[in-house]
Design a protein around this ligand. Structure first.
Ligand code: ARG
Ligand code: ZN
Length: 884
């Protein structure tokens, strides 16, 4: 495999070219002499030729390694280096290969392979980081048994961890010590991990359902032990849930989570030794918000669930990434829902997940990086850890569950493990197992067509219309589906779309409870008999498929659904449709025409929601949140980002002033949630109280009132938890009140030693509403702050991404200065950390929808990056696709 062609351009890898490896590696014995400047790695492997593969040389992957020695069966062997590969020829059928290399962990700013963070060694091997540690067949279908001997200074690195079980440890000469770990399970190289440093652990012993004992550990730096309780509890809940829901037990004596503050992604499911971004481990009520608590629970769950869906059964090749990621996201979503005591809280979780899908994945699916859930080619696999692979992949699994039922799905999972435990398999293998366990299901009948969800990119449009025959008492729903072209795929075949439908009467009575229709044709009609009155259809309940549903609802019908739908998702969706409709109308209206941005009907409907005592606070908060600027922009043919921003801000201001009394009441009703607990009900109340404060401060800005900003500052000072404190700070900052400066300063002083809180402090400022172009200069200032470092991904995200990717009103400047800043940062980051740079480079994916002058300026900024020599293939792939 070559990385670059003759012209030095990166080469694409194609799914169709998959071939099994020419050799298998059965065992790997690694010896590490850990030193930040120069770590020595001795790698002894038992290798055998794959009898099924053609006779080829052994080609081992390497990346930034210094090779010192190669021995075959203990003898010096002839080898050559071809690009990044170590090539050996004329090998026996089975042999021992010994490779001795060194690497430089302290200089590893890419955070892939072996790196140092705060004087501690960590690894990140997925997808292709193991080759930065030693030469190897670094592909997921090569599964081996690992043993690891680590040696290091005992004083500087007292804790030495790797996968599996600790079998030996002891002291060596010169103040060094060693530890030997053996992983009882075979694994692909991407699941290898080691950690060495000064760490402490929260420990808990638990018994599995079958009586097996497990030692659970959460390792952090000494000062952070008081922030590990929630992660430990989340881990225990994950273990219990996977046993109860899927009959899957923990297969290890020891399960470790380790937190690092330098990490490209959220977390990593290395067998028995999960490595996490601190953001998804550390929490106490003083430093973490309710959202942080919820994220920790779901990421701890996600990585734990990978132990089966990913580690026990892994991917044959990286095109199958969604096999483990889509499935594991589905599992973590179900886990978080199942932990909710009330149905309404489950619905809130579903709405939140759909919001992410629609505001991030739908744009991806409509842009230059659109790819199928199972991609056909890539240049850099790191670029494909996307919302399509993860979140859309989870929706595909969810649709399977909808089609076979919850129990049928559990049976399918059981069959999947019976067939494939210990194997590296494909998305086809998964779908086949679910189908085979449910022979009489729609999924099984339609399997080849269903699998178009894996092969076709783009978000399907589902157009529906209804007719009512009063004489026959029949309601008819007609569907037309289509899917827009995506790069490399101009024509799409029809998808299998499960559509959950219910019917509501004009007075709000449910005429028909939820039914699952399965749409398979380009155009298809369904009749409902015995319908006593003309109904309002509630279509795509629970968002039963990842599609754009178009139905020509009247405002009145939407108000009926908002007031009465028995499906909470569609109740929320009705409000979103009304809000979107208002936004579109205001955007279309001549600027300054003076028409009110929100109708009285809409405001009255929002008033009813806000004052409805039967509704949960969390649900109210979601309904009262207008569609985001990115979501609104996606619905437009051409986008003037400043117009979208101005309209949405005007809508927010109108809701703030029109509902002033109700916001005051909502704040009073929810201001005190008692002793802190992050459960959904209390978190929902805090969220609504926070939203009320934002609205009250916004209204104060319009009216010149000083009472609410003053109260907000007082609440900031008195808050007993980070959620209330941060919400108050946010209210002052986002309303641009003069008191914000003093609150920000005291917040920094209070939390100067808490890196994750300082990230919030940066992010809040870089993400603040723009007032006359003031955010970009502020962002430049923040980058000069002594606490800022572009090398730390969390910090870079808190300032640069918060501005470029999460603050459209400030980023899209008519003078193009935002885009120039963005391209400078992409280039700067690319030399340090290509993965983070390539993520940032996605920021202008949707440039071609922009109106001038934004469009031309955005294109120029992308082209400016693309023209740089020596770009990483990560960033090059992203900007090249953006320009196509
Ligand atoms: N498998 C990890 C997860 O739980 C993500 C790791 C991705 N890492 C990377 N460098 N691309 O989702
Ligand atoms: Zn994952």
């Amino acid at each position: 495999m070559q990385l670059r062609d003759i012209q030095g351009q990166p080469v694409a890898i194609h799914r169709e070219d998959y071939a099994p490896p020419a050799y298998w590696i059965d065992t790997v014995d690694l010896t590490f002499d850990l030193d930040p400047a120069k770590t020595r790695v001795l790698n002894r492997m038992r290798i055998r030729r794959n009898a099924d593969a053609s006779n080829q040389p052994l080609r081992l992957h390497g990346d930034e390694l210094n090779l010192a020695r190669v021995l075959v069966d203990g003898q010096g062997a002839s080898f050559r280096i071809e690009g990044d590969q170590l090539v050996l020829e004329n090998l026996p059928d089975a042999f021992e290969l010994e490779v001795f290399t060194t690497c430089q962990p302290a200089k590893n700013t890419k955070l892939m392979g072996l790196f140092v963070s705060q004087d501690t060694f960590f690894t990140q091997c997925e997808a292709e980081g193991f080759r930065r540690i030693t030469y190897f067949l670094d592909r997921p279908d090569v599964m081996a048994s690992y043993s690891v001997l680590m040696r290091a200074s005992k004083d500087q690195y007292p804790v030495l961890l790797s996968n599996g079980n600790l079998v030996e440890e002891g002291d060596l000469a010169d103040g060094r010590h060693f530890a030997k770990w053996v992983d009882p399970f075979k694994k692909p190289s991407y699941l290898f991990a080691l950690v060495a440093g000064k760490l402490v652990a929260r420990e808990q012993r638990v018994k599995g359902r079958s009586g097996r004992d497990h030692l659970l550990q959460v390792y952090v730096r000494a000062g952070d032990l008081d922030k590990t309780e929630h992660a430990m509890n989340s881990l225990i809940r994950s273990i219990v849930w996977d046993e109860a829901r899927f009959g899957l037990s923990l297969d290890l004596d020891r399960f470790m989570i380790v937190a690092t503050s330098d990490f490209n992604m959220g977390a990593m499911e290395n067998k028995g030794l999960n490595i996490f971004n601190t953001k998804y481990v550390l929490a106490n009520q003083a430093t973490a918000t309710d959202a942080d608590y919820a994220n920790i629970e779901s990421v701890v769950g996600h990585e734990y669930f990978h132990n089966w869906t990913g580690d026990r059964v892994t991917c044959r090749d990286w095109f199958q990434l969604s096999l483990k990621e889509g499935l594991t996201v589905f599992r973590d979503q179900e886990f978080s829902q199942d932990l909710c005591a009330e149905a309404s809280a489950r619905a809130v979780k579903r709405i939140e997940d759909v919001r992410v899908l629609r505001s991030v994945q739908f744009p991806e699916d409509a842009g230059p990086m659109a790819h199928p859930v199972r991609p056909d080619s890539y240049i850099e696999i790191s670029n494909f850890y996307t919302v399509t692979i993860y979140e859309k992949g989870a929706e595909v699994v969810r649709m399977m569950q909808t089609l076979v039922g919850r129990e049928g799905f559990a049976a399918g999972m059981k069959l999947y493990f019976e067939r494939h435990d210990g194997q590296a398999v494909t998305c086809d293998d998964f779908a086949q197992a679910i189908a085979d366990a449910n022979p009489h299901s729609d999924l099984t009948r339609l399997l080849p067509q269903f699998k178009r969800w894996y092969s076709q990119a783009g978000t399907p449009r589902l157009k529906a219309r209804g007719t009512y025959d009063a004489a026959e008492r029949v309601y008819t729903l007609h569907f037309d589906q289509s899917c827009p072209p995506t790069p490399g795929q101009s024509n799409k075949d029809p998808f299998v779309i499960p559509v959950n439908v219910g019917l509501i009467g004009a007075s709000g009575r449910e005429l028909l409870a939820t039914q699952t229709l399965v749409v398979t044709q380009a155009g298809e009609t369904f009749d409902f008999a015995g319908v006593d009155e003309e109904p309002v259809p509630s279509i795509l309940r629970g968002f039963s498929a990842p599609v754009v549903l178009e139905f020509d609802y009247s405002d009145e019908q939407l108000l009926t659904l908002l007031a009465h739908d028995t499906d909470p998702f569609n109740r929320w969706e009705a409000a979103q449709r009304l809000g979107l409709r208002a936004a579109m109308a205001a955007i279309d209206a001549a600027p300054g025409a003076g028409a009110p941005v929100l109708s009285n009907d809409f405001i009255e409907a929002m008033r009813r929601v806000l004052t409805d005592t039967s509704l949960d606070a969390a649900f109210k908060e979601l309904v009262l949140t207008l569609p985001s600027e990115t979501y609104i922009a996606e619905q437009l043919e051409t986008v003037d980002p400043q117009r979208v921003h101005a309209v949405r801000e005007a809508m927010r201001a109108r809701l703030a002033t029109a509902l002033h009394a109700e916001w005051q009441q909502a704040f009073e009703d929810n201001r005190d949630t008692g002793a802190y607990s992050p459960d959904p009900r209390s978190a929902g109340r805090r969220a609504l109280a926070g939203m009320a404060l934002v609205s009250l401060c916004l209204a104060a800005r319009e009216s010149g009132d000083t009472v609410w900003p003053g109260k907000t500052l007082q609440r900031f000072k008195d808050a007993g938890n980070m959620t209330d404190r941060f919400n108050a700070l946010h209210a002052l900052v986002s309303s641009g009140h003069a008191l914000a400066a003093q609150a920000l300063a005291s917040f920094h002083a209070m939390f100067k030693d808490e890196a994750l809180v300082i990230d919030k402090w940066f992010a809040l400022q870089a993400g603040a509403p723009d007032r006359g172009g003031d955010v970009l200069p502020l962002v430049r200032q923040l980058m000069k702050h002594p606490d800022f470092s572009i090398k730390n991904p969390n910090r870079a995200r808190s300032v640069i991404f918060s501005y470029c990717s999460a603050n459209p009103g400030a980023f899209h400047r008519p003078d193009a200065a935002g885009y120039v800043f963005w391209s400078d940062r992409v280039i700067e980051l690319d030399a340090i950390n290509p993965q983070v740079a390539a993520r940032l480079a996605r920021g202008l994916d949707r440039w071609s929808k922009l109106v001038e002058p934004y469009r031309g300026a955005a294109r120029e900024a992308i082209a400016r990056i693309a023209a740089r020599p020596d770009l990483s293939k990560d960033t090059l792939e992203v900007v090249t696709r953006a320009l196509q």
